[in-house]
Design a protein around this ligand. Structure first.
Ligand code: ADP
Ligand code: MG
Length: 592
């Protein structure tokens, strides 16, 4: 048998390595920004074209590279940052693997210009798919400019796998935010298709957070500062009243590197415990400084996960620091942290909100279908309790007029509409059915472009972070088609002067936040699917909730509108909207 093992040619090895390092344009952004920071730049400019698909360029005023280093920097495992294995345990730079530039150059066209302090001429290298096209002298400012063009040009499968420009831009902005928050003293700017998205001057941490997330952020921040033998914690948490329904701005940095860590996240969120209603997430910007030796950043190629030596202790310190700071700033009622809730005297209850009895509702419960023999009495338990927890207050009562005349429907348990039908009986889930109705209405409005809008008496200003503003700009036209009217879209806020009929003004913020979140969490490629998400999201937000009492007229409207829908049997999210039980099935139960 001949020998069959071969060494992979470098360009192939680089392409494979690129798969690990570069998932999307945002990964390139991260690597280039980090290199600029490692080169001690004080001003860093990021230019993006078409969500990074055509151009990602980072221009810095850092140390630059010599002619030889410029060429070497594109070799695999070429790094100036570590020399021996021990250095791995004492990392002070962002990069150290020496893989990024080699990987990026393997899958794109790269133009690098760089000059060191004191040199007369800099160097200019052009590389396409790992091949050096030329290297020549050039006059260029001190520092480095790396332009990455046509990412994945030679890996069509990867290129096709990229998401819409909206999504890829969002990833880039997320990455950019993580970097700029870790380095407030460095000036950063971001241009997308020649529009300036961010211009951040050198500042302190608080100012940086405020410039990134909007003026209103300032009043939300509670400072956190704690120094112990094994960790220093700095930064801010947002006051509980600014917590978000969706996981919002949550940033951990360890030694100025953004990381994700569910365990430490828990340490922070649990410090908010009694201050947040369930389902709300606190925002935080926390900077942990630990000895480099006590962490291992090597476990993940993109380095957002790291391992700590003593996670349990860190957890405890972080938890109590956050809790203490919240108490100190009189943010919540928590002043005496040591006292356990069970020691509260009854008097403490006088100021507390009474707890609504909670009924767990099984939406699939159908007594007629049940295999088990029900205790007949159990069918009646809970029937008199009217405190089913509702997700939000009644939204849409105004959709229907008050009158009622006929008597063909009943509402049971404030969630099902029951009606007698020819074949037997129908149970309609009011919430899911209404979602279906609204979903089809919205889809029609969006596609037919027929806005039904109600003018607001006073225009409403809602703050968003820049990332969300970008997203809103992208979907502005669709939002207008369903009845939103925008007075203005500013850098960190939108001004709305018209809303779709059926929406209550006080709900707009939450509806739009939910909508943005849904769009972010989906992965739409075609523009149609984005419209679809929008219609779904709004339908879900606006549908009559479980727990809303409906008069007969309203019940009838639901029944009638549901059954003229194109697909009445399923909610937009694929849940069953109604069930029918044949009279024969009922007969069977009695004759058995
Ligand atoms: P790493 O950052 O892990 O060392 P990279 O592939 O990202 O590996 O970069 C390789 C080397 O190229 C770096 O170690 C550094 O010496 C040099 N380099 C990259 N970008 C810059 C820059 N913007 N300014 C100066 N030197 C740079
Ligand atoms: Mg690097």
């Amino acid at each position: 048998m001949p020998d069959i093992i071969q060494l992979l040619p470098d360009h192939v090895a680089n392409q494979i390595a690129a798969g690990e390092v570069v998932q999307r344009p945002a990964s390139v952004v991260k690597e280039l920004l980090e290199n600029a920071i490692d080169a001690e730049a004080t001003v860093i400019k990021l230019l993006i074209k078409e969500a990074g698909k055509t151009l990602i360029q980072v221009i810095d005023n850092g140390n630059g590279m010599s002619r030889t280093d410029a060429r070497l920097s594109f070799e695999r495992h070429a790094t100036s940052k570590i020399k021996k294995a021990e250095d791995l345990f004492n990392i002070h730079t962002k990069g150290f693997r020496g893989e990024a530039l080699a990987s990026i150059a393997a899958i794109s066209h790269v133009d690098l210009k760089s000059k060191q302090e004191g040199q007369e001429l800099g160097t200019y290298i052009k590389i396409e798919g790992s091949n050096i096209i030329f290297q020549e002298n050039i006059s260029t400012p001190k520092g480095t400019s790396i332009a990455v063009k046509h990412l994945f040009y030679n890996i069509p499968a990867r290129r096709n796998f990229l998401k819409s420009n909206t999504i890829e831009t969002r990833h880039i902005i997320n990455e950019f935010q993580r970097v700029v928050l870790a380095h407030p003293t460095i000036s950063f700017s971001l241009y997308h298709n020649d529009n300036e998205i961010y211009h951040l001057g050198s500042s302190n941490l608080r100012q940086r957070i405020v410039t990134v997330f909007g003026k209103k952020t300032n009043e939300k921040l509670v400072p956190i500062n704690e120094v112990t033998d094994i960790i220093e914690i700095n930064g801010f948490v947002a006051k509980p009243e600014f917590a978000k329904k969706k996981r919002g701005e949550q940033f951990f940095f360890v030694n100025n590197r953004f990381i994700k860590n569910a365990y430490l996240n828990h340490a922070v969120t649990s410090a908010f415990e009694s201050l947040l209603s369930s389902g709300y997430h606190p925002s935080y910007f926390l900077y942990l400084t630990v000895p480099p030796k006590s962490i291992d950043i090597n476990i993940h190629p993109t380095k957002t996960e790291i391992k700590f030596d003593d996670e349990k202790t860190l957890y405890a310190i972080l938890h109590s620091t956050v809790k203490h700071s919240l108490g100190q700033y009189n943010v919540g009622p928590v002043l005496d942290f040591e006292r356990s809730a069970s020691l509260d005297t009854p008097y403490n209850f006088k100021d507390k909100k009474s707890n609504t009895p909670k009924i767990t509702v099984n939406p699939d419960f159908n007594p007629f279908r049940s295999e088990k023999k029900q205790q007949w009495k159990s069918l009646y338990t809970n029937i008199n309790v009217h405190n089913i927890e509702v997700e939000s207050e009644t939204v849409n009562a105004s959709l229907f007029s008050e009158e009622n005349t006929t008597n063909k429907t009943y509402q049971i348990h404030k969630k099902y509409i029951v009606s007698s039908i020819k074949s037997g009986i129908v149970y309609i889930n009011q919430n899911l059915a209404h979602q279906r109705i609204l979903y089809e209405e919205f889809l029609e409005n969006i596609t037919v472009k027929e806005a039904v809008s109600q003018q607001l008496l006073f225009p409403l200003e809602i703050s968003f972070n820049k990332n969300d503003i970008e997203l809103i700009k992208e979907i502005k036209e669709d939002l207008e088609n369903i009845g939103f009217k925008f007075d203005e879209i500013l850098g960190d806020a939108i001004i709305i002067n018209g809303i779709p009929t059926g929406i209550i003004e006080s709900q707009i913020t939450i509806i739009i936040e939910q909508l943005l979140e849904d769009i972010k969490n989906d992965i739409p490629n075609a523009s149609f699917s984005q419209l679809d998400i929008m219609a779904k999201s709004l339908a879900k937000s606006l549908a009559i909730k479980t727990g809303t009492i409906l008069n007969l007229k309203e019940q009838e409207e639901i029944v009638n509108k549901l059954f003229i829908c194109k697909q009445p049997d399923l909610s937009p999210f694929g849940k069953t909207t109604f069930i029918t039980i044949n009279i024969e099935e009922i007969d069977k139960i009695f004759n058995h």
